[in-house]
Design a protein around this ligand. Structure first.
Ligand SMILES: Nc1ncnc2c1ncn2[C@@H]1O[C@H](COP(=O)(O)OP(=O)(O)OP(=O)(O)O)[C@@H](O)[C@H]1O
Length: 586
């Protein structure tokens, strides 16, 4: 239950609507409970002498009160249900905003399907509480209070008999409701599993097809879908039992009323009209009594869902919040792009025993072009991920122009760094929009210049709508190399001081990669460029090359210096020379 306290600020934001809603709940119930009095009067008028005018008058009043009750019920829904829709809108926005701010490491261990399911299913469960849950809780309370007052005024003893089955009814509803809620929770989890599987399958559909795994994927889907279907069948059975049980029990509760009420009429202590009125109250009460259990299960379901949402909403948003330094450096606008790594060590949060980087120290001069090479898994990507603070080092410091990057705002830092990761991504949008993605005020010249440097410009000229050509689902598909060059253009369009290219041209052949990089190095004399590549031909013109081996810097120097050392780099170089020779012979 205390999970729901997280919703307090939202309730306060719409308190006016909720307060008006509560006021209308009181009014709808007052009119609803007074109405049956006129039915009683009309029946008594019939049994005394058939006074048509009196009957019409009472029936008219009953209709008027029923209409007033209905009118205020309309206003209740207009306030409470509408307020819950407002909160749902705000919650959805807050959830999505939060997802955007969560650090990269959060996504390492949380499935996309899981996040989608929480943002839809769980959020719906919370919305049900904020709307129908709140509305029925208060309606139940006031309906019970007013109806019982009216019943006691007619006959306290009969009221007692009428209410005898109420605790059993409510408790049973609560118990069945709990089983239903458990089942719903398990269904939500299954649904999250299905969403995850579909999302993953569709993202990797090209792999599925190239490995002809369609049949296996269909079987995998069928298995989880069957689980989901079976769980829903169980829930269906529980619901069927629930409603059958309720109808029977509420009908049974009329037996003592008719029995004792009949005796009272025969004794002359009550009129037929009184009994009729009483029976209307008893049937009027059966829904509020049932809804005590129903509302309880809505509240429990919402509490469980809110806990799942809070888990995400409480995850620290920016990486800087996790590790703030005491005195943030003043914002600096002109960085030169000098980088220093001081005794950096790093392990991934989920693998504390696997030191991926070990006590690395190095300096990168402003405007210099450096490269990291090394065997796969040696830690190159991990190392460059520390520069825009996708992760923070577990030990040591990274300095940009002598300033510890943890003291800069993430926005300032990331504005200075253009990053082209290994796994690139383009949106289903125009080429121009994809290139100016990171810019606030994109200029067409900037897009053209960036695409020229990334050697994409000529390719774009061949597309039907040039830079306005749509990509992806609604447009054309780029080749692997074109995609990579578009991603490089995107990073360049921001005019960063530091440009990181992590195996960014692996999809083009060796000669083209070397040619593109050489041109890029020449076009950006002032930009600090950090290259990661497996190809020596690409990195050999860099000012400095660092060779990583099992998370440490094994060697560093220029290409000429390193090949004379006859160590790792030289070995890699000779190996690639040999490969090239074999290729040229074949
Ligand atoms: N998110 C992660 N969580 C846990 N371990 C990781 C994660 N990412 C990478 N690793 C591990 O860190 C080590 C270094 O990986 P990294 O990607 O930095 O190597 P790399 O030198 O860039 O390799 P490659 O040349 O294949 O890209 C590997 O052992 C890898 O399994």
């Amino acid at each position: 239950m205390k999970n729901l306290l997280a919703l307090k600020p939202y309730f306060f934001r719409y308190k006016q609507m909720y307060l008006e809603g509560f006021f209308f709940i009181i009014l709808t119930n007052i009119f609803g409970v007074i109405g049956p009095k006129f039915i009683g009067n009309a029946i008594d008028a019939m049994s005394r002498s058939f006074q048509l005018r009196e009957i019409i008058f009472n029936v008219g009043l009953y209709v008027l009160f029923a209409a007033l009750s209905g009118f205020f019920l309309f206003l209740v829904r207009q306030r409470v249900i509408v307020a819950s829709r407002h909160i749902e809108f705000d919650l959805k926005n807050d959830y999505y905003n939060h997802l955007q701010k969560l650090p990269r490491r959060f996504y390492d261990h949380t499935g996309t399907g899981e996040l989608i399911s929480r943002g839809t299913n769980d959020l719906n469960a919370v919305r049900e509480f904020l709307g129908p849950g709140v509305m029925y809780s208060f309606t139940t309370f006031f309906r019970l209070v007013f109806a019982i007052i009216a019943m006691v005024s007619l006959s306290p003893a009969l009221t007692l008999f009428a209410l005898l089955p109420a605790p059993v009814l409510s408790y049973s509803v609560y118990k069945i409701g709990r089983s239903m809620q458990k089942q719903s929770k398990s269904i939500q989890e299954s649904y999250a599993g299905i969403t995850n599987l579909v999302q993953e399958n569709l993202s990797g559909i090209k792999i599925v097809k190239s490995y002809t795994r369609e049949a296996a994927e269909i079987r995998r889907f069928e298995t989880v879908n069957r689980q989901y279907y079976r769980k829903n069948l169980v829930l269906g059975k529980l619901q069927a039992l629930f409603f059958a049980f309720l109808t029977t029990l509420s009908a049974l509760s009329l037996i003592p009323v008719i029995w004792i009420g009949g005796i009272n009429v025969m004794n002359g202590t009550m009129t037929v009209g009184d009994i009729t009125q009483f029976i209307v109250y008893v049937s009027m009460l059966s829904w509020p009594i049932i809804s005590i259990g129903w509302v309880t299960s809505i509240i429990q379901k919402a509490a469980a869902s809110q806990a799942r949402l809070t888990e995400i909403l409480d995850a620290p948003t920016t990486i800087s919040d996790e590790n703030p330094l005491p005195d943030p450096a003043p914002r600096q606008t002109n960085f030169s792009g000098a980088l220093s790594l001081h005794e950096i060590s790093f392990h991934y949060p989920n693998q504390p025993d696997n030191e991926v980087l070990n006590n690395i120290s190095l300096d990168i001069l402003p405007g210099s072009k450096v490269a990291f090479v090394g065997a796969t898994g040696s830690g190159k990507t991990t190392l460059v991920n520390l520069l825009p603070r996708l992760y923070d080092p577990t030990k040591g410091r990274v300095l940009l122009d002598g300033i510890d990057i943890r003291t800069l705002s993430l926005e300032t830092l990331r504005e200075e760094i253009g990053f082209v990761p290994q796994a690139n991504f383009l949106f289903s949008d125009t080429i121009a929009h994809n290139i100016d993605y990171g810019n606030r005020n994109p200029e067409p010249e900037q897009i053209i210049e960036a695409s020229r440097i990334a050697m994409l410009y000529d390719d774009v000229q061949d597309f039907p709508d040039k830079f306005d050509t749509m990509l992806g689902e609604k447009g054309i598909n780029l080749s692997g190399g074109q995609k990579q060059r578009a991603c490089i253009a995107r990073a360049l369009a921001r005019k960063p001081e530091v440009l990181i290219l992590d195996d960014a041209l692996s999809a083009v052949d060796t000669a083209t990669e070397a040619r593109i990089f050489e041109a890029m190095l020449r076009s950006l004399p002032e930009t600090t460029i950090i290259l990661i590549s497996h190809r020596i031909s690409t990195v050999k013109n860099c000012d400095r090359i660092f060779v990583l081996d099992k998370g440490t810097i094994a060697e560093s120097g220029t290409h000429e210096e390193l090949i004379t050392q006859e160590s790792l780099y030289a070995e890699l170089y000779n190996h690639q020379l040999l490969e090239d020779e074999i290729l040229s012979l074949s």
